[in-house]
Design a protein around this ligand. Structure first.
Ligand SMILES: Cc1ncc(COP(=O)(O)O)c(C=O)c1O
Length: 586
């Protein structure tokens, strides 16, 4: 009997402990769909596609007739200008779109989907480029735009630097050619430099940032013997299933916890659970913790983000470091995007934190594709002496490709130049002053736009509620500013931008925004709040779901592609949809 009671008591205590941990985990999950992958998968099935007809398109905020007419005329005029400006570029783009699924995808997700039909018909965007020179990029019709797209973040030092890296790299690798499996001797120098930069013991080479993260996670699981990854809401770590649980990924979301960033609740989970192998951090989230990159395709209402600030984010990373050390959890800093942009030693130098594994990519390839993991020796090991069959077999045909290795060496040599090292000293001061200059110019014209920056990465905020913020990307294009497909949510500048270049960017930006204001797209009204907008969109969705709203041409497009809308419309932060995650970088 006593034995039975003892068993009951032990079982009850264990159950209670399990329950407490489970509740702690629930509390640490981000409250948006970002933190609830299963729910986002489920809800995505019920979000219907619908789109505005031409009248609804200009009246989505109930603006008066004269404003709607002004918008319509301006929209058609802008469409004509964009078409006349780049006929060749647009014709080639149209041809390409028929055969490239990625182009079909981004062509649909540049703007909130209700506006998509008319935008696709009338406001064309070229997807081909012919040349770059300094900070400018040319289309096939000879139009040169100022580049603020930054080649997905690869372009830290300026296109001319990467062109030279690639040319020299090809010369240096030519004698060996594309031999794989054997190393080009320059690899030794790369390894030496990367060890110094990262402060870690060993290096492995991969073909993309996605693969570097996959490898880092695989190593963490292999060495800890634990199953789960912790990642933070909104953070992008590449496109593989393992870090993209939720809508758009049909696999059941297990072995990933998506927690709140900068939260004590998350620290508590890390301090108590035994199944966590690693914590993945993308320090770019310092710009907007717990939210995905602010893309125009997900823009419903105003856009505001609250940056963490360098000191507070650094403190958060050090808190993470602390709990990871205590619990033997592997801390992985994913620097694929920010590596070499903030400091020569990368984000870990900038935020003063030491990771166990660091991933790099993008700019480190000197303009060619690459992924790199640097790590502590015991974590980088892919075999166990005592268990000869228990190997961590992760390799890749093109790893350490000679041409990539020589290009990497060129960029590392460039990084080591005294004048380049020195340029980091006042980098924040330079870019903060530029952001201020642009914001002062916008404020002087009473435009409802401000920019926020983390060094040379900028995001556009719309300071007043509205349905048409996404239109700014088209005005900017007409004024000669090139950006990535996610539009105004992410501008990425190269560090060779001069004061004169930035002054030109500022004047183009302000002129574009002024034109947009004149055309009625920033119309404001006391009624037009973010809440009003969300409710209206929700009502439209319900109507569409219940069949009260006509479904138009693209009604067959899978609702699962529209999780952003779902998150917005339900009033939850758009932190994690597939789209928002993609937008983080690409
Ligand atoms: C932080 C981060 N990790 C991983 C990746 C994936 O890199 P890649 O696109 O080279 O696979 C990216 C890409 O944008 C990124 O920004």
């Amino acid at each position: 009997m006593t034995a039975l009671w003892t068993l009951v008591v032990i079982t009850s205590l264990l159950t209670l402990r399990w329950l407490v941990r489970r509740l702690q985990l629930s509390g640490a999950k981000h409250p948006s769909l970002a933190g609830h992958a299963r729910l986002s998968q489920l809800l995505a099935r019920f979000v219907p596609f619908y789109e505005y007809d031409e009248d609804e398109f200009f009246a989505a905020d109930d603006a008066p007739a004269n404003v709607r007419d002004r918008r319509r005329r301006a929209f058609n005029d802008l469409a004509r200008r964009l078409r006349e400006k780049a006929p060749k570029t647009l014709a080639v783009t149209e041809d390409l779109e028929a055969g490239i699924s990625d182009l079909q995808f981004i062509g649909r997700y540049r703007v909130p989907f209700q506006f998509r039909g008319l935008v696709r018909d009338r406001l064309p965007v070229g997807a081909v480029a012919a040349a770059t020179q300094d900070r400018r990029i040319a289309d096939l019709d000879g139009n040169w735009s100022l580049d603020a797209g930054g080649a997905y973040g690869v372009n830290v030092f300026g296109y001319e630097v990467y062109k030279q890296c690639i040319d020299k790299a090809a010369q240096r690798a030519r004698e060996l050619g594309p031999v794989l499996g054997l190393y080009h001797p320059i690899v030794a120098d790369n390894v030496r430099r990367l060890k110094e930069i990262s402060g870690l013991d060993e290096v492995s080479f991969h073909m993309s940032g996605t693969e570097a993260v996959m490898q880092a996670v695989r190593l963490a699981r292999y060495h800890t013997g634990r199953s789960h990854i912790v990642r933070f809401a909104g953070a992008y770590h590449g496109w593989w299933d393992g870090v993209q649980a939720g809508a758009g990924n049909p696999r059941p979301p297990h072995e990933v916890y998506t927690l709140r960033e900068m939260s004590k609740k998350s620290l508590r989970v890390l301090a108590t659970r035994r199944d966590i192998a690693c914590v993945l951090v993308n320090p770019l989230q310092a710009m907007h913790p717990n939210a995905g990159a602010p893309s125009d395709g997900a823009l419903v209402g105003s856009r505001r983000t609250v940056p963490a600030g360098k000191a507070a984010y650094g403190e958060w990373l050090r808190d993470l470091r602390d709990v990871c050390t205590r619990r033997n959890i592997v801390l992985i800093l994913d620097e694929v995007f920010l590596g070499f942009r903030l400091a020569p030693g990368g984000a870990h130098e900038y935020f003063s934190v030491n990771a166990d594994l660091v991933t790099y990519g993008k700019t480190l390839g000197g303009g060619l594709p690459v992924g790199v993991v640097c790590g502590r020796a015991e974590l980088m090991r892919r075999f166990r002496d005592a268990r000869p069959t228990d190997v961590n077999f992760a390799r890749g045909t093109f790893n350490a490709h000679p041409y990539v290795m020589t290009a990497m060496n060129e960029i590392l040599l460039y990084l080591d130049r005294p004048e380049v090292r020195a340029s980091y000293l006042d980098l924040d001061a330079v870019w903060d002053a530029r952001a201020r200059q642009l914001n002062d110019a916008l404020a002087a014209k009473s435009l409802p736009i401000r920019l926020q920056n983390l060094t040379s990465v900028f995001t556009t905020l719309f300071t007043q509620p509205g349905r048409y913020g996404w239109m700014l990307q088209y005005y900017l294009r007409a004024h000669g500013i090139a950006m990535s497909w996610i539009g105004t949510g992410r501008f990425i500048f190269s560090h060779d931008y001069t004061e004169a270049d930035f002054a030109e960017f500022t004047s183009r930006f302000v002129a574009a925004a002024e034109e947009m204001a004149t055309d009625g797209f920033f119309w404001a009204d006391a009624k037009l709040t973010d809440r009003w907008i969300r409710r209206r969109v929700l009502r439209e969705m319900l109507e569409a779901r219940l069949g009260g709203r006509r479904k138009k041409r693209e009604g067959r497009v899978s609702a699962a592609l529209d999780p952003v809308l779902l998150e917005r419309a339900t009033g939850l932060e758009p932190a994690t949809s597939t789209l928002a995650r993609l937008h983080s970088t690409n």
